[in-house]
Design a protein. Structure first.
Length: 111
């Protein structure tokens, strides 16, 4: 399903209501708010609504949220991810090396 939220300021009761309708009931909803810092005010705003529906949440940057989602999913938990794309993507040397190896393998290029 597509979650049509462009920024963390658009997270509200209406945009979160989708996750209250899912069956089976979620163990955890992982929310990624782009590359913004999670503030106590934002946490309080979201927790107030979600607690009414007895859903556990993790509110993180999107990079951290993806990692958390994958971990929970690997544990066979009933998890959903509500992810806002970050404005900046961090790339490290390991990412570049893996991409080069994958491309070489796909295109039959040997070293």
């Amino acid at each position: 399903m597509q979650w049509n939220v462009n920024d963390y300021q658009s997270i509200n009761e209406e945009t979160l209501s989708l996750f209250c309708l899912l069956e089976p009931k979620l163990d955890v909803l992982v929310i990624g708010i782009g590359d913004h810092t999670v503030t106590p005010a934002l946490s309080k705003h979201i927790l107030k609504f979600i607690r009414k529906y007895n859903i556990n949440i993790e509110l993180l940057t999107t990079e951290q949220a993806c990692t958390t989602f994958n971990f929970l999913n690997a544990e066979n938990r009933i998890v959903a991810g509500a992810l806002i794309p970050p404005m900046h993507v961090k790339i490290n040397e390991n990412d570049i090396l893996k991409s080069q190896i994958r491309n070489n393998s796909l295109f039959g290029i040997s070293d």
